[in-house]
Every structure is written in structure tokens, then in C-alpha cells.
Write a protein that binds this ligand. Structure first.
Ligand SMILES: C[S@@+](CC[C@H](N)C(=O)[O-])C[C@H]1O[C@@H](n2cnc3c(N)ncnc32)[C@H](O)[C@@H]1O
Length: 372
């Protein structure tokens, strides 16, 4: 007879979430093996025998039995081909709720972020911790699973999160393109969905990289400007953000990315930039601007003129626009706002929809040459 390997807890499907949550709290689930379901039962592999299991699971029906190697109830995660999240979740969630399951999730470093709190997803609430646990089990690189608990909001453009499985830590190191970024998902803005756009901006070869300085006006933890700096070690780059925690991490990210070029970060409200002593040294010296605060970038154009260098500058302007004819709308709003400033539009170099934002709104970018 083969040796006993593990204890398996069999419970009713309907109690899955509550019991998984209790077992998570005492770190008793063996994530080397899969939680799986059959008929109306869920089978949970345990790390060890649990003292007082009947006290912990008071009020719930359960069975506990030893599983042997090769038993059909002990499924080695490494030996099973990986299924999509949806496929795996379908095994533990009743079929009437399958259409509510999220199709995808974001990964920032070793943190997975999932959206489960839309009104129509309410029937999934009882399964929320099981969903988190399944995610942890299916992706060995993930250590924490959070669900979005608010929209992106406030001055710092951050959102709230609730932990649903794994370690309670909101800081992580995220790899993107050729860089690494120290991020705090709760205290700073960071979107992995901008990776492709940041790659485009970093790779762009333009005379404006070297005939003046490059300023990332709303830099967050520095993913745009650090990637530009990596590609253009001779450039002089500057990043500003009103969120001092983001600037603290941006400074760490200079070291993390072994940046050799000249890069400076300032915790600074750009509305006040014209009276900043420190920033006065950058008068008439900026040849490239990145303005990624899509809901408000346009309002800050009036803060730029004194910094634009005499040969003009390349501006990357991000906005949120209506899904119908977004680029025309972006150009119309931009050109209208320019009339309130001393800035002249010379030509558009490029424009595109960067990503969807909500059912009717998209994020756009205009690359425009501007001058005084
Ligand atoms: C959408 S995030 C972009 C961050 C970064 N560019 C990125 O891609 O991760 C916008 C940033 O603008 C910053 N911000 C908002 N108002 C600001 C202001 N008045 N002055 C400077 N930064 C500001 C926020 O703190 C936030 O980090």
C-alpha cells in the first residue's frame, strides 16, 4: 500500500467560501494540490491534521479522510495542465453564476487584482474567498489577491482594495518591458495596462529627446520617464507628482533600474510650478512633455509655456474621450484650450486610442509639436 500523503476535507459546495476563509486564516490549505469539486462537494487538501477541526467548523457538515499518492482526490497542481481562470472557477461555482465571472484580472508584481464588485456580480459574493484561493493556486507567482473596492479616485488617482486571499501587502515590484518598478497599489497610481503605450513612448526616436529636457508632468512612480531614460541615457529627464509617496518610490526606481543618465524627481503640485524656486532653473528648457492625467491634463496646459524651449517641444497629451469619434474630440478640446494659453500647435505627429476606459469612454493620446 502506498504511503498516506495528505488529509482531504470534504465539504458541501455551498459552504465552500466560509470554510476556505476559516482555513486560510490558520494557513491550513496545501496549495501544492488543487481544491476541486465533484457533484455537490468541494475537496480541500490540508497541510496537516488540524486539532479541534470540529470547533473551527462548528455548525458545518464535513468529512476528513487521508488521501494517498495518486488518489483521485489529491491532484498535484504541477502535474495538471493549467486551465483558464474561468475554467477553474467554473468547477467550484454554481453554473447559474458562470456568466458573472470575470474574464481576466490584472497582475502587478506578485499581486493579482480582480473585479468582482459590480452590482450584477452580487451573487458571486459568497464565493469571493474561494475565487481568491483558486487564483493563488493556479498562479505560483501570485502571493496576494485583492479585489477592487472603489473606482480610481481623488487627487492621487488611487483606489481602495480588499484582500481576498494570500498575503496582506500592497507593495510589490512589477516588471514591465525592460524595467522594474516598486509600486504600492493602494498609495500610488499604477496601471499595467499602459505597458504597450509606455514602450511606444520610450522607443520613440525624436530630435526632441536631446535638444532639451524631457518632463513627465504627472510621473507617478516613474514608469514613463524611467523607461525613456533607459532608452536615452544621454537625455536629461524630470518627473513631477503631487503624491510624495509616488515620488519616494520613483526615486527608488532610479536605483532599481540602474539608471545612469540624469533624472530628477520632485514632489510638486504642477499648478504651483510657476512659483517654484527649484523649478525656475528649467525655464525655456523642456523639449518633450508627457501629460498622463487623462481626466485633467488639459487644465494644466497653461502651466507649460514658460518651460517650452525656443525650438518648440513634443507633447504627449492623454485624455478621456467619448468612444464615438474620440480622436476628433481630443483634438477639438486640445485646440480650444490652446486659445487660453500662449502655446501654438505646429502639427500632429501621431494620435491613437490607447485603451478602453469604460463602456462609452476611451483613453486617447495626441503627439503634437507645440511652440510659443
Ligand atoms: C494617471 S496617474 C499617472 C501616473 C504615471 N504617469 C503612470 O503612468 O503610472 C496621474 C498622476 O498625477 C498626479 N497628480 C494629480 N494632480 C497633480 C498635480 N496638481 N500636480 C502634480 N501631479 C498631480 C497623481 O498623483 C497621479 O500620480
Amino acid at each position: 500500500m502506498s504511503e498516506i500523503k495528505k488529509w482531504i476535507l470534504e465539504i458541501d459546495l455551498i459552504n465552500g467560501n466560509s470554510i476556505i476563509k476559516k482555513l486560510q486564516s490558520i494557513n491550513a490549505i496545501d496549495t501544492n494540490f488543487k481544491i476541486h469539486s465533484q457533484n455537490n462537494s468541494i475537496f480541500i487538501p490540508l497541510k496537516h491534521e488540524i486539532d479541534n477541526l470540529s470547533v473551527l467548523l462548528n455548525g458545518y457538515e464535513f468529512k476528513i479522510f487521508p488521501a494517498q499518492k495518486n488518489s483521485k482526490n489529491l491532484i498535484d497542481r504541477k502535474k495538471t495542465h493549467s486551465k483558464s481562470l474561468k475554467e477553474t472557477l467554473k468547477e467550484i461555482i454554481p453554473s447559474e453564476f458562470h456568466n458573472l465571472l470575470p474574464r481576466a484580472f490584472d497582475i502587478i508584481g506578485d499581486i493579482a487584482i480582480i473585479e468582482l464588485n459590480r452590482d450584477e456580480q452580487k451573487p458571486l459574493r459568497p464565493f469571493i474567498n474561494s475565487i481568491g484561493q483558486i487564483l493563488l493556486e493556479n498562479h505560483s507567482n501570485i502571493k496576494s489577491v485583492y479585489e477592487k473596492a472603489s473606482d480610481i479616485e481623488g487627487l492621487y488617482r488611487t483606489r481602495k482594495f480588499d484582500l481576498i486571499a494570500g498575503l496582506n501587502k500592497t507593495e510589490t515590484i512589477h516588471r514591465e518591458n525592460l524595467g522594474k518598478f516598486h509600486v504600492d497599489i493602494e498609495q500610488t497610481f499604477f496601471s499595467p495596462r499602459l505597458a504597450y503605450e509606455r514602450q511606444r513612448i520610450a522607443k520613440l526616436k525624436t530630435e526632441f529627446n536631446l535638444n532639451g529636457k524631457i518632463w513627465d508632468v504627472f510621473c507617478g512612480v516613474g514608469p514613463f520617464i524611467i523607461q525613456i531614460s533607459k532608452k536615452n541615457p544621454k537625455a536629461h529627464s524630470i518627473g513631477t507628482d503631487i503624491n510624495c509617496r509616488a515620488i519616494e518610490l520613483a526615486k527608488k526606481n532610479i536605483e532599481l533600474n540602474k539608471i545612469v543618465g540624469n533624472i530628477e524627481f520632485y514632489c510638486q503640485d504642477v499648478k504651483e510650478i510657476s512659483i517654484s524656486q527649484v523649478f525656475s532653473k528649467f525655464q525655456n528648457s523642456i523639449s518633450r512633455f508627457i501629460m498622463n492625467l487623462p481626466e485633467k491634463s488639459i487644465q494644466f496646459l497653461k502651466n507649460l509655456p514658460q518651460f517650452i524651449q525656443k525650438n518648440g517641444a513634443l507633447l504627449h497629451l492623454y485624455q478621456f474621450n467619448k468612444k464615438i469619434n474620440p480622436i476628433q474630440e481630443a483634438k477639438d478640446i486640445f485646440e480650444k484650450e490652446l486659445k487660453n494659453t500662449r502655446i501654438k500647435l505646429k502639427e500632429y505627429k501621431f494620435s491613437k486610442v490607447v485603451k478602453p476606459f469604460s463602456p462609452n469612454i476611451v483613453m486617447t493620446v495626441l503627439d503634437a509639436i507645440i511652440s510659443l
